[in-house]
Design a protein around this ligand. Structure first.
Ligand code: PXL
Length: 278
């Protein structure tokens, strides 16, 4: 992938260090012009106590796209994250059709679930719609929960490699080209990703030492760093590894601050990410 402007489609959670407030700074720091299509505006992300506001921006998507068409605006890649509704999946498929360049890449982070459950606010059948978007993607970046919800496989916290290979093969069946499955662990001390080429069925793993803390927003930090590396010409595997190393550093740099439960301090580690990409 060469450096040209990309589009990222996800919500703005005003407070909470996730979605666009992560993607925009991280990908821009990687030297990539990053255009945005906000899907919703929330006062905070949905892991805060109930009371957050949610302004759905579905109605704005078509007029924005019509204006872009008049201006002949196209993108080298489209990276989607948290989407606000089923209708948005159909609208984004249209956006891809109209605004993605011929050799452009579609990167889908089906940001909708974790720990075996869907995030609050999504209908139970939303994973079916997300699977439709994944079917046209060059690269998808699900965690194990999202992978299970989209393939109908049972969610397990204890598993062997056969389970992961089964999941990867079912994800390939959706129609995407490559899968980066996050949150994979075969050893209690290690956590990493499985990178799968759907055509050749080749799987490669990348692991780091597991940190004693799970953090919110790390999926978005991971996917954004992946896109930043990938758009700088790194391979899918190298981008997956660089994003993993960066994400681990952001978690490590937040662990001493219990008041920062809602996200990770990704800003401090941006020089590290840039050094890995150059
Ligand atoms: O980080 C994923 C995410 C993105 N956007 C919103 C969320 C979440 C996770 O909870 O609530 C609004």
């Amino acid at each position: 992938m060469s450096k040209e402007k990309i589009l990222t489609v996800q919500d703005i959670s005003c407070v909470g260090q996730c979605s666009l407030t992560v993607a925009l700074p991280v990908i821009s720091a990687c030297g990539i012009e990053t255009c945005v299509l906000p899907t919703a505006v929330l006062s905070t992300h949905t892991a805060f106590k109930p009371g957050w506001t949610f302004r759905d921006l579905t109605c704005d998507i078509e007029p924005i796209s019509e204006h872009w068409s008049k201006e002949n605006i196209t993108f080298k890649a489209i990276y989607t994250g948290y989407l606000g509704s089923r209708e948005q999946v159909d609208l984004i498929l249209k956006i891809i059709d109209r605004h993605l360049e011929k050799d452009g890449a579609i990167i889908v982070d089906p940001a909708m679930a974790d720990g075996g459950v869907l995030y609050k606010g999504f209908p139970d059948d939303f994973p079916k719609d997300m699977a439709r978007l994944c079917s046209v993607a060059d690269v998808i970046l699900p965690n194990i929960t999202e992978a299970c919800l989209m393939t109908g496989m049972e969610f397990r916290t204890e598993y062997d490699e056969k389970y992961i290979l089964g999941l990867l093969s079912k994800l390939a069946g959706l129609g995407c080209k490559k899968v980066v499955l996050t949150g994979v662990s075969f050893d209690p001390k290690k956590l990493g990703v499985a990178v799968y080429d759907c055509a050749s069925k080749k799987v490669e793993y990348y692991f780091n030492d597991k940190l004693p803390r799970m953090s919110h927003g790390t999926g978005d930090v991971y996917a954004s760093a992946f896109v930043g590396a990938f758009m700088n010409g790194k391979s899918v595997y190298d981008s997956a590894a660089i994003a993993a190393d960066y994400t681990v550093k952001t978690i490590a740099g937040t662990m001493d601050d219990d008041s920062h439960w809602y996200g990770v301090k990704f800003e401090k580690e941006l020089p590290y990410l840039i050094s890995r990409i150059k």
